[in-house]
Design a binder for this molecule. Structure first.
Ligand code: SF4
Length: 306
């Protein structure tokens, strides 16, 4: 008998739900100035972004949010869940655009905390993925914000403070903090890990005490550009007894090859539509009954967020 478990924490986090609700309500409002632009992807999940493209929203891409604004002449601009800097906000206002802010409330809070730390004369060492919107926003706050890289140890800092993207793993941050502390003895750190991400990471770490039915597999479902999904995958790989897979949706699975597993556990990122996880769970429950021909007919991509 195969054990199939779905993590308790699946589906959208409140930040993603909030962003999607804001845009869906906006679409219902006929008085909203058109065209409507998204300043980058609303969240890091292509199913969601493709849906908004289908309903007529233009998603802008570019090297920075400031540059993306140059592509807009009129209409409405939506700030994505990852937040924007004051410079971007002011530029959008000066362009006379109608602004809709879908920034996650938690991200907003972390930006305010960093602004306060800068006012208190801290220099910020920021850990994050180059080009990620949260990194872009942090770096735009002040010249006293530095992205942590190989040259960080050469900086001369008086009051360094370690900050980071909200979806980093506590493992990574502890490791980087310990390393940098050897150079900057007075280094402080700000806890910025989003509690939703942390809870999902913690439930994965708890699997270290779990008695698996072997062979076992952990599947992380999420977009490959999603930082929190990637972090879940990296953590899952630390659980040595299990195989791990990181997939976007059921189309990426070889169902017949999964039959060898006695236990399969599903986790998902905070921007992964719950329907994708549920669909996979339902299929895995009936895994032994699935034949090669049925797999082909099952694999028709669903509309996950409508
Ligand atoms: S993962 Fe956390 S920080 Fe990111 S959007 Fe969701 S609630 Fe906000």
């Amino acid at each position: 008998m195969r054990i199939i478990t779905k993590s308790k924490e699946v589906g959208f986090c409140y930040g993603v739900k909030n962003a999607i609700n804001i845009v869906q309500n906006l679409l219902k409002n006929e008085t909203i100035p058109k065209p409507i632009y998204l300043l980058g992807n609303l969240v890091h999940n292509h199913h969601i972004n493709e849906y908004f493209k289908e309903v007529g929203i233009t998603i802008l891409h570019g090297d920075s949010r400031l540059q993306m604004l140059d592509q807009i002449k009129e209409g409405t601009v939506i700030f994505t869940a990852h937040g924007v800097s004051e410079k971007v906000r002011k530029k959008a206002i000066s362009l006379g655009l109608h602004i809709v802010d879908a920034t996650c409330p938690y991200v907003k809070l972390t930006i305010q905390k960093m602004e306060k730390a800068i006012q208190d004369n801290h220099e910020i060492l920021f850990v994050g993925k180059f080009n990620h919107p949260e990194v872009e926003t942090a770096l735009s706050l002040s010249k006293k914000v530095f992205l942590v890289d190989n040259n960080t140890q050469n900086l001369t800092l008086k009051k360094p403070l370690l900050c980071h993207q909200t979806t980093m793993s506590s493992y990574d941050i502890e490791e980087i903090y310990t390393k940098l502390k050897a150079t900057f003895s007075n280094l402080e750190k700000m806890d910025m890990i989003c509690k939703v991400s942390e809870k999902r990471q913690q439930s994965l770490l708890d699997l270290k005490n779990h008695h698996f039915q072997l062979p076992a597999l952990i599947i992380i479902i999420g977009d490959k550009t999603s930082n929190n999904s990637t972090k879940l995958y990296e953590m899952a790989k630390r659980i040595n007894q299990c195989d791990t897979l990181f997939i976007d949706n059921i189309l990426e699975l070889h169902f017949l090859k999964l039959k060898k597993y006695k236990e399969i556990i599903l986790y998902s990122g905070t921007s992964t539509p719950e329907a994708i996880t549920n669909e996979l769970y339902d299929l895995l429950i009936h895994l032994d009954d699935i034949t090669k021909n049925q797999v082909a007919s099952i694999l028709t991509l669903k509309d996950y967020i409508k």
